[in-house]
Every structure is written in C-alpha cells, then in structure tokens.
Design a protein. Sequence first.
Length: 357
Amino acid sequence: MDIDQLNEQIARIEAQVGLDLAGVEQVDALRSLETTVLGKKGSLGVLIGGVKDCPPEQRKAFGQTVNQAKTRVKTLFDSRLGKLQSSVSEAETKAETVFDPTLPGKCKEMGSVHPVTSVQWEIERIFERLGFTVEAGPEMESEYNNFEALNIPATHPARDMQDTFWLDNGKVLRTHTSPVQFRAMKKFGAPLRIIAPGRCFRYETIDASHENTFHQVEGLMIDRDISIPNLIAMSRMLLREVMERDVELRVRPGYFPFVEPGIEIDMNCQICGGQGCPTCKQSGWVEILPAGMVHPNVLEAGGVDTEEYTGFAFGLGLTRLAMMKFGIGDIRILNGGDLRAMVSPERLGGPILKDKV
Ligand code: PHE
C-alpha cells in the first residue's frame, strides 16, 4: 500500500465514523463502536498495528498519518460522548426539578410470599373466625410425643408409614403435626379448639407429590357432642373457602392409630380436573385431609375426660393444598424455592402469631 491509498482508506474510515456516531444515542453503544474502530482488530486499529510491518523507508510517514488519524477519530468520539453525557444529566435535572403531580407514584418492587405460607395465613384466618387458636409445636420432638402419646407404641406397624429422621439426642424430626394435639390438651384441657400449622419430615422417596419436608395444619376440636358430621361440614367449608370454588370431596375409611373411626377426605385433583395426572397418581383424587374422631387413649393421655368429651382431629396436607390452589403440579418446585412459584402478597394479611405449646 502506498501513502495515497492509506490516506484514502483513512478518509473512508473517518467518514463512516462520522455517520455511525450521529446515530449513537447511548454511552454503551458509543463504547462498542469505539472498539470496532480503534480496538486492535478495529478498522483503524489494524492500520495502526500494521505500521511496524511497513518497509523502513515508509514507516515514518505511515506512522505519522495513522497517528494523526487516530487523534482525529478519538476527538470525534470524545465530543460525542460529552454531548451524550450532558443530555443525560440535563434530562435528569429536568425530571428532578419539574414535579408533575399527575404522574403515577414510584412503585416499590415488593417481595412475595411462598404459596405454602400464603395458604397457611388464609387457613389461620378462617379458623380464627371459628374460635380456634393457632398453636405451634417444635419440629424436633420427643419420640413419646410424636408416637406413644398418639397411640403408636414402638412395636406398632404404623411407625413404618412414618419413618423419619432420628437425631443423636434421641429425638425425632416430627413426622406430623399431631404431637401438638397432645401438647395442647395437656396445656389447655377441654373444651379445646386449636389448629397447628408447621413443618414435618419423613424419610420419603421424592417424586411429584412426596418430599422429605412438607407442611401440615393439625386441627383439634374437643367438646361435648362432637361427631363426624361436624368434621365433614367443617372440611367442606374450609376447602371451598381456600380453593375459592366448589370442590368435590370423597370420604373413605382411613387408618391412623390416634383416631377411631379414621377417615380420609379426598379432593378432586385440581391440576388435571380429575382426569388423572402424576400429581394425583392417575387417580383423579388427592388425599388432602386425613382425619377422624380422637381415640380415647389419646384423649386420656392428654388428660381429657372421655366420659364427658369427644373430639375430632385432622392433619391437613398444607403443601398439597397450596399445590392444588395455585396449580403447581410438582412439589419439588415449591421446596426448591423456584421463584416462579411465588405469590403476589397483595391480599394477604400476614401471619397470626402462634402460641408455643
Ligand atoms: N397425622 C396424620 C398423618 O400425618 C394425619 C392425621 C391427623 C390423621 C389427625 C388423623 C387425624 O398422616
């Protein structure tokens, strides 16, 4: 290349830079344009880099020419940058000084509530209206409270259904919220109306509807003349209100050592509408509310006079209910903290403070 060709090439580059710069509105865009021109591989950068390979007699003239071109191009970039920056700050000052009361307010981005928490709060409010108090028991429980007090002695086969995590201190991670039944009876006696939401743990094989960590809401109502129809009526009201739609219920016998008789209240699967899907194990129904009349042995362990009182208890599957309510087909989404599953908190009133029993 001779010096004329070089000048010609530089003139073309400068003309192009002028055109491109006129269209640049953002500082970022300007910086990247700068790289495509002055960077090592940029249109001008390549020419600058090529100087050292020129024959010695041309090197000085070439070097001067490209360096002058570089200075000119740099000035073009700098002046455009200055303009961009001043127009940004001008816009900012304008926005600050002109107060327009008709503009909508600045909206703060709100965090949101976990679906399980949101359903829990809703349930707390429903039961509060019915005269129930909200209690909390510990997640680390004694073997006695988790099993024996609930009519599940060490040799009972029902222990297999609720295999759990045993701790070095001899305690267990509770397998259900039912120990709170015992704690509340001991503390308050009868008559009694409590619910106890909380986390439970089991040694489970994980699939779409089973997890080693899940939430339940225990319910216990002890009074004179309490019977199964009270329990079913309450369940229907509760599920309809939480789901905000009519749901189909199915009641069948269920076995739990701490109730007699024991029932399972199932709800038609809200994920598939009852057609069958992995969440409902293709059955169209989900076990949502295992329940029953509190076993006399349990009432007695809690110090309640079985001549005078009867009671019902239930262990609502809170995690499952949240999945049904929000159409979340896989429990792993909830436990994995997948943010797409979080709920807008707008209509949630916050938790009701729980008593420790
Ligand atoms: N605790 C039982 C479970 O987790 C559920 C249950 C609670 C059943 C209360 C009956 C009465 O499987």
